[in-house]
Design a protein around this ligand. Structure first.
Ligand code: ADP
Ligand code: MG
Length: 694
């Protein structure tokens, strides 16, 4: 249970003054639904109103705070003109300018003959200073209320800065003093304030340096967040490792049959990864292993052989893919191999319904199925295994941590878990997403692969590209034509793809196919199947083909508006070709002029096919924020920490967490108890449930 001391922080943001029902929605979109979400929303800049010139000394463009006498009000002659108020001091005159003004309101705010302090941006108009819509107008006796240093927050359309400031000003005094969870000497060595002081200071910057990530207050809060992340992962992992697993060591009879049926031998990297997996499965604790391998590196076979190890020992195995297309494709790939070995394989997705579904479920429960492949349909409550020993999760970055835990719970606490990622994740991110998960790397491509010839061309040469297609087709090539990602909307993407499809179909006829995210699964599958069978030669697609789809005979990848894709995405897309043994090519069509980042991306794509290097470059170009920000990523989204800029802090938090988990695994010491508060504060309640007295 969340400690009472945190209750005010977890109250809805609408409980703050100025946040009504309308702004509530905007605040939620911007930061989140709770007070604490708004508190984590730190300033991105500050307005400095400390310059207090006389009117004659005011400079064009500066933010100034000036004491003035109010003179004549000049209402506009027509509605479109502004209302003007003349003001002066002993050095000169200027005008305050208001559009769409309400005269009675201005008369009250600025009575003629009164003295006022006004603060805002000075502009010169026809040689004379003026201030349009001053940010603040106060009487001399209220001057203390005028904020001379004003924090600026990232906003969303419709949400005024003042409302955010006001809500935060109300929230900050509510901050409780929380027990210190950081190590005292470490705080001191870094010169970091206590939590409450840190949060307050972060919202009350005194200079630009206070906004920087290395400002003591900000660094402390970032470290808190990283420590919460690392500690939560450490606790979950400890728990999983401690739980008794099964010791599984098959006799190799099914594996041998499958290996005989495979038209190739395992690569060194595949054999090495498999040996690592075997050792984990054989050990009495449970396996938690990440299999990282670039697109086309051959993860599927490794997964199958790992699952067979369990089946040989009389257990069941499950493999979960993020999309229906992928689940079906895995099923189709595994089917002949399983048949050769006499292993019973089944498929379960959202599309299996009614009687067939019931049959699968009952066979699963009685042990009539050895390996079940599926989508997240595998999570549904009525899905029960007789004895699940290993769960393979493919293309993991699309799943959340929560879903991963759900699947493991299907097999009871001892189930081994093998997570496969196709997008190599940079090391820093691996650490934040998986903690100390063991990692196997497929860093060697199957033999005989030829490098993909990657070129870039401006989009205005599209006609030439189309004119070149018949030559490629004559060579027997199959072509992917990927359409621009217009925005994160299936609908708009689909329209662009449909248009290109119609154009190409008009020229090339029936050999052109179309697949996009708005199509029904059955239709998508049918098109993919016709492409795989070679009936379709040119497949126009949106990024639905991005993940994992395997048609080895496809050798040409054309990407329209390549500048709109992220590096990881481009790499994934290119990975769809170069899977067979014939020469492949990738054409990146870009819109000119190219932005700096887009140009860098295209350059990297031309330079390398090494997914690990591309992942590092992607992180560098985009920043971790964006990489993590995508909701699909399933990676933790940090509110304060910038893990690219604060790598050292992450490393320190990692070591710190490991030490805590070693020495005080139940968080029972004085610091341990405070650390529980930290975990609750960052909503890592899940990790606390793993503690004995959680
Ligand atoms: P990914 O790692 O992207 O999931 P896949 O498992 O889909 O890669 O494998 C890509 C292709 O490489 C498949 O057609 C597969 O049959 C083939 N393949 C896998 N291992 C080898 C190998 N050792 N030698 C040759 N081809 C292989
Ligand atoms: Mg795959």
């Amino acid at each position: 249970m969340r400690p009472e001391i945190l209750y005010p922080l977890f109250a809805p943001a609408r409980s703050l003054p100025g946040i009504g029902p309308r702004l509530e929605k905007l605040v939620e979109r911007l930061a989140g639904p709770k007070v604490i979400d708004l508190l984590w929303h730190l300033p991105s800049g500050l307005i400095d109103r400390r310059s207090r010139p006389k009117i004659a000394g005011a400079k064009d463009g500066e933010i100034a705070t000036i004491e003035v006498s109010v003179g004549l009000h000049v209402p506009p002659r027509t509605k479109r003109l502004p209302y003007r108020v003349h003001v002066s001091d002993e050095t000169g005159e200027m005008q305050l300018v208001f559009f769409n003004a309400r005269p009675d309101y201005l008369a009250k705010l600025l009575p003629e003959g009164s003295r006022r302090i006004v603060s805002g941006r000075i502009e010169f108009y026809q040689g004379a200073p003026q201030m349009t819509h001053p940010d603040h107008i106060v009487g001399l006796d209220e001057s203390a209320a005028l904020p001379l240093l004003e924090p600026v927050y990232p906003l969303t359309a419709g949400l005024p800065l003042k409302s955010v400031q006001k809500a935060l000003q109300a929230a900050l005094p509510l901050l409780p003093d929380l027990p210190e969870w950081q190590n005292g000497p470490w705080l001191k060595a870094n010169g970091w304030p206590a939590w409450r002081a840190a949060l307050q200071a972060a919202h009350e910057p005194k200079s630009a340096a206070d906004i920087a990530p290395d400002a003591p207050a900000r660094a402390r809060l970032a470290y808190d967040e990283l420590l919460a992340n690392q500690l939560a992962l450490g606790l979950v992992r400890l728990r999983m490792k401690k739980l008794p697993g099964r010791s599984i060591a098959g006799d190799g009879r099914l594996r041998r049959k499958v290996e005989d049926a495979l038209p190739f031998a395992l690569t060194g990297a595949q054999a090495r990864s498999l040996a690592e997996i075997d050792a984990d499965m054989k050990a009495p604790h449970r396996m938690l292993r990440l299999l990282q391998g670039d697109v086309g590196s051959g993860k599927t076979v490794v997964a199958l052989l790992a699952m067979l190890n369990a089946v040989e020992s009389g257990f069941q195995a499950a493999m979960m893919a993020p999309t229906e297309i992928l689940a079906r494709q895995h099923h189709a790939t595994l089917q002949p191999l399983c048949e050769a070995a006499g292993v019973r394989l089944a498929l379960l997705t959202g599309r299996e319904k009614g009687k067939p579904r019931e049959e699968i479920l009952s066979a699963l429960e009685t042990g009539g199925i050895d390996i079940l492949v599926g989508t997240h349909a595998l999570f549904q409550e009525d899905v029960a295994f007789k004895s699940l020993a290993i769960a393979v999760v493919d293309e993991q970055h699309r799943f959340g941590v929560h879903q991963r835990l759900m699947l493991t719970s299907k097999g009871g606490p001892g189930t081994d878990v093998l997570v496969m990622t196709a997008t190599p994740i940079p090391r820093t991110l691996t650490l934040t997403a998986y903690g100390d998960m063991d990692v196997s790397k497929l860093d060697e491509k199957p033999p005989g692969r030829m490098p993909v010839d990657t070129r870039a061309l401006p989009l205005d040469r599209l006609d030439e590209v189309v004119a070149g297609l018949p030559r490629a087709l004559a060579r027997g090539a199959q072509i992917y034509w990927v359409c621009p990602l217009v925005e994160e909307s299936d609908l708009v993407d689909a329209a662009a793809a449909e248009e290109r499809f119609k154009q190409l179909q008009a020229t090339f006829g029936e050999i052109v196919g179309l697949v996009h995210g708005r199509m029904k699964t059955a239709d998508k599958d049918a098109v993919m199947a016709r492409f795989a069978a070679g009936e379709i030669k040119i497949l126009v697609a949106t990024t639905v083909i991005e993940v994992g789809v395997n048609v080895p005979s496809a050798t040409v990848m054309i990407i329209e508006h390549a500048e709109r894709f992220g590096l990881a995405q481009l790499h994934q897309l290119r990975g769809r070709v170069g899977r067979g043994t014939s020469k492949s090519s990738c054409l990146l069509l870009y819109q000119t002029p190219l932005g700096e980042t887009a140009e860098a991306r295209i350059k990297i794509m031309r330079e390398t096919e090494d997914g690990f290097r591309i992942a590092e470059e992607d992180l560098r170009l985009r920043g971790a924020g964006e990489l993590l920000g995508t909701r699909q990523s399933g990676l933790p989204n940090f509110r304060i920490a910038d893990i690219e800029a604060q790598k050292e802090l992450l490393a320190a938090a990692h070591d710190d967490a490991r030490m805590i988990v070693d020495r005080d695994p139940e968080l029972e010491s004085e610091r341990g108890k405070s650390l529980r508060t930290l975990l609750y504060l960052f909503e890592r309640d899940e990790a606390i449930r793993y503690l004995r007295s959680g």
